[in-house]
Design a protein around this ligand. Structure first.
Ligand SMILES: [Zn+2]
Length: 582
């Protein structure tokens, strides 16, 4: 995170519109000082998701997710932090200041590599439209891909022969070595040669829509039928999905995401305006890809061929998904009729019937899993035992406790075997839940009050100035929010910070702490409420101090202070009820 200056991040947050960012996914309506809507992180029927426009923070009172614009992009859209910054900067039209990258050479090399990849994609695309590209154009025509679609996905053509890149870039060794580093040239004892020859080309983009590699399909009968870029500094096949960058927006709009086998399935669907499919890049789906999928939409449909290979692929996906599956997720599995793929089915039954199939015929993951287990285990009592055993092992990889218990119940019903449910192996547990710290006893009495108190302070930081001298100790140092509270104090106390947005600054310093976002999204704590809370907190604090103190003189002083306070409190409440009765 040290890469960006805090001034830059501040400016970026203040120029970004969090409500706009969120309203692309959530229908937000005004409620009091904030906006509210249905939480995009968990399923709910009545809105508990709140956005504070004033403080530029969101918080869900249902599931506890909260933060600023960076956090939203990271948690909701799966951006790594630097990419979230880049995305917002681009949106706000702010150039990213020349950060001091750990290695400027490395950064420059990366930039020129990406530029080169983009250039090569352009060359393939132009070649498709040249005389040389006639055969490739005919292939796409046969596959019913329109020129507009070809342009949108920047499909291209790499002609036959080993010297096409040299024709385009010249014989300069430096250039050729760069082309090798991005994966389009191979170096052998006779020098550099083209990797992709006589193939139709599919540029593969990363999350930021930058071309990072290529897939190529042979024209005619050669081998291999599909050839992808090798692993390079830019292309990591297990972290990329074909169609992800192109379809991300549309997936969110339609609330549909279909995972298919390959490029041509993605494109065949897109040619029928079903622009919400993605595909792994020629290998079995990885956990990282599954994470991208589930983060993009909680209800993806995994589409497989109905044959044996398809069932095997589905099983692999289930195994890989178990450790990351949460109860919010509802993936479904759809087997296509034997011998069909999305392209052939679309041609046979048309768009509407195919879309209906996608929406209605997919089976929940649990059902698919149980069926798969039955197939593996076989019949009879022994079969049920084998099934229980296999299920037990697989369940132990799950990290969502509730989901695991629910699934365990289903398996026990199906097998009539009580599962021992091995404790998840430590190495498999990815749960990041910190071990809860035991809060100090007397402070735990009414956590609601602490919450309200902090909300009142952060919503109106001027209140920090008027706290009693001993307020610094209201949250003793074992309380989980003590570090935030004291940090807020020191921020307010520093004269340089008169204009500083305290909540935003705290959010930056405690990026993983969800309390801050919650406090600013709680209903406004007005002056009367705050005054009551303040007296309450003060009295609670003094009572605690009295209990812990051994010195009789100190005890006496505390009792005196307590009495004064209690009189004040009485008077305050009396005035209040007097005012209310008027
Ligand atoms: Zn929620």
């Amino acid at each position: 995170m040290a890469q960006f200056s805090s001034t830059f991040l501040d400016e970026l947050i203040s120029r970004s519109d969090l409500a706009e960012l969120i309203s692309r996914h959530v229908d937000l309506k005004p409620s009091g000082a904030n906006l509210v809507g249905l939480c995009p992180f968990h399923h709910e029927k009545s809105p508990s998701f709140s956005v504070s426009v004033d403080k530029q923070m969101y918080y869900c009172f249902g599931c506890g997710k909260g933060g600023n614009a960076f956090r939203f992009l990271m948690e909701h859209d799966g951006y790594p932090f630097p990419e979230a910054v880049e995305f917002l900067a681009q949106k706000a039209g702010m150039p990213i200041p020349d950060s001091k990258p750990v290695n400027p050479e490395e950064a420059a090399r990366k930039k020129s590599g990406l530029e080169l990849l983009d250039k090569v994609a352009g060359i393939f695309s132009r070649t498709l439209n040249s005389d040389e590209g006639k055969k490739a154009r005919e292939y796409f025509e046969m596959r019913k891909l329109s020129p507009a679609l070809i342009q949108k996905y920047q499909l291209g053509y790499a002609p036959a022969g080993y010297g096409f890149m040299k024709r385009c870039f010249g014989e300069d060794n430096h250039n050729l070595s760069n082309l090798e580093s991005i994966g389009v040239l191979i170096k052998n004892e006779r020098g550099y040669a083209d990797r992709f020859r006589e193939r139709v080309m599919f540029p593969i983009r990363d999350k930021q829509s930058r071309v990072v590699g290529f897939g190529g399909r042979i024209l005619g009968d050669g081998e291999p039928k599909y050839l992808n870029s090798p692993e390079t500094d830019f292309y990591h096949k297990s972290h990329l999905l074909y169609g992800y960058a192109e379809h991300r927006e549309s997936v969110r709009k339609h609330k549909m995401l279909v995972v298919v086998e390959g490029y041509m399935d993605v494109l065949a669907m897109a040619s029928y305006d079903l622009d919400y499919a993605v595909a792994p890049l020629g290998t079995a789906i990885t956990e990282s890809q599954l994470n991208m999928i589930l983060r993009l939409l909680e209800t993806p449909v995994f589409c497989f061929d109905g044959d044996k290979a398809g069932r095997k692929a589905a099983w692999r996906s289930i195994e890989r998904m178990l450790p990351i599956l949460k109860s919010e997720h509802s993936p479904r599995f759809l087997y296509l009729p034997d011998g069909e793929d999305p392209d052939t089915l679309l041609q046979k039954e048309g768009k509407d019937a195919f879309e209906k199939r996608l929406k209605e015929d997919g089976k929940p993951m649990l059902e698919t899993w149980v069926l798969g287990l039955k197939n593996i285990a076989g019949d009879g009592a022994e079969g049920r035992a084998r099934m229980a055993k296999k299920a037990d092992v697989m369940l132990s990889t799950m990290t969502d406790d509730y989901l695991r218990q629910a699934w365990q119940g289903e398996i026990e019903k199906a097998t009539e075997v009580k599962l021992s449910l091995q404790k998840p192996a430590q190495t498999l547990s990815r749960s990041k839940q910190p071990i809860a710290r035991k809060p100090a006893q007397y402070l735990a009495v009414n956590p609601m009050k602490h919450d309200q108190f902090m909300a009142g302070l952060l919503q109106n930081p001027v209140r920090f100035q008027n706290l009693p001298d001993d307020a610094f100790d209201f949250f003793i140092d074992t309380h989980p929010i003590y570090p935030i509270y004291t940090r807020a104090f020191s921020l307010v106390g520093d004269e340089k910070n008169t204009e500083l947005d305290i909540a935003a600054q705290l959010m930056r310093e405690f990026p993983d702490n969800q309390h801050i976002a919650r406090w600013v999204n709680l209903p406004i704590v007005d002056d009367v409420e705050f005054q009551q809370l303040l007296m309450d907190m003060h009295i609670t604090y003094l009572n605690g101090l009295h209990g812990r103190s051994k010195d009789i003189g100190v005890k006496m002083r505390i009792i005196k202070e307590l009495k004064t306070l209690q009189v004040q409190q009485k008077q305050f409440n009396k005035n209040l009820s007097h005012k209310e009765s008027l």
